[in-house]
Design a binder for this molecule. Structure first.
Ligand code: NDP
Ligand code: CA
Length: 337
């Protein structure tokens, strides 16, 4: 079996240094010195972190997580947990959804060597919440030391040629050391249950694939996102069936045996709302099987580690868990044409 990354925690650091400007600087220094030496520094490898980090406005005012203490959702604490969750794995590329504090992320991740871009949803539900911090949307960050940004593209996803309220972002990146190029995309598809919404997500998925195919130019592709669809939904089959991109799902392709929906993790989100417990797999990292190989994925915490109140909580700042995958660029002899 492929190795799993080991989950590490910096939670003590945050509690120790607290919520001051000086505290943040100390935290940054410690995080840098502790994780970067262990990360994949090879130009032939890429570590990707995919995460719906939970919009501050939606999480606090809209989601109604009945077991989460209000204090755990306060931005002045939660924002450091969000940063910790991202930097502790030292990813090369970060794909985020429900971002409604992009400027904060850009500033703090900027101090860690990342640059990024953001694209908001056209009619974000955040805008209807009192005290909101602007619309939520998708963002991609990349490590500037490793990559040169060649191009960005954004799209409001269409369903039967009509714009929807969901978006996608593309970045074309070049690995500085090798000149290897890569296309990274992220999206957050329409939420909620029902046959019509499942059809709508499938149409959004088709539009996303057309968008990525049009801009990837034959480069290896990584498509990360909150697809709001379990592996049994049509959009999952659509993504894996794309003839032009020949995608695999990173978490389903680790370990022995054939790659299929049954190998996806048992959950990527686990929360308790008034109507009950919601525990399912809806976030994925898809990748070009021709150009990339999966070398490791980060395990998810167990139910016991998560705790009975599930997430978000003081330990986990979002109702979704982060997915972290190590990819290797295949060399020419491995690439099947
Ligand atoms: P989506 O249906 O895609 O969902 C929006 C967000 O709600 C997602 O981030 C989703 O999180 C979250 N969500 C999913 N299920 C629940 C749930 N059971 N309870 C609480 N939150 C949930 O939104 P759209 O982009 O299509 O935007 C439509 C929304 O915008 C409407 O639902 C409406 O509330 C709001 N709106 C309000 C208006 C108004 O007040 N006048 C006008 C226009 C829009 P996740 O992806 O993690 O599941
Ligand atoms: Ca959400």
């Amino acid at each position: 079996n492929l190795p799993s990354l080991v989950k590490r925690s910096f939670r003590r650091l945050v509690q120790q240094f607290g919520d001051t400007a000086d505290g943040l600087r100390v935290l940054q220094w410690n995080v840098l010195s502790r994780v970067c030496g262990e990360a994949t520094s090879s130009p032939y490898h890429i570590r990707v972190l995919q995460w719906n980090l939970l919009s501050q406005a939606l999480g606090q005012m809209n989601d109604n997580f009945v077991c989460c203490p209000d204090a755990a959702l306060e931005w002045r604490f939660r924002r450091y947990h969000i940063i910790e969750e991202i930097v502790e794995y030292c990813p090369d590329i970060v794909c985020l959804q429900e971002v409604d504090h992009f400027n904060f992320l850009k500033t703090v991740l900027g101090t860690q060597g990342y640059n990024g871009m953001f694209f908001p949803k056209p009619d974000s539900p955040c805008l209807y919440i009192k005290g909101n911090n602007g619309p939520d949307g998708c963002a991609i960050f990349f490590r500037e030391e490793k990559f040169e940004l060649l191009k960005t593209e954004t799209r409001v996803l269409e369903v039967w040629r009509v714009q929807s309220n969901q978006v996608a972002v593309i970045m074309l990146l070049r690995v500085r050391e090798t000149d290897q190029e890569l296309c990274v995309a992220t999206t957050h598809l329409k939420a909620r249950n029902g046959a019509l919404l499942s059809t709508l997500r499938n149409e959004q998925g088709k539009d996303l694939l057309d968008f990525v195919t049009a801009h990837s130019g034959g480069r290896p592709v990584i498509i990360c996102g909150d697809f709001n669809a379990e592996p049994s939904e049509p959009v999952y089959v659509t993504l894996l069936g794309c003839q032009a991109l020949r995608l695999g799902s990173a978490y389903a392709s680790t370990g022995d045996g054939p790659e299929d929906a049954l190998r996806e993790p048992p959950y990527t989100t686990w929360k308790i709302r008034e109507e009950g417990e919601v525990c399912h797999t809806i976030d994925y990292v898809f990748y070009s099987t021709d150009g990339l190989a999966v070398e490791a994925v980060l395990d998810f915490p167990t139910g016991e580690e998560i705790g009975e109140g599930r997430v978000p909580s003081f330990s986990y700042p979002s109702d979704h868990f982060s997915l972290v995958c190590d990819f290797r660029f295949k060399n020419a002899s491995e690439v099947v044409s």
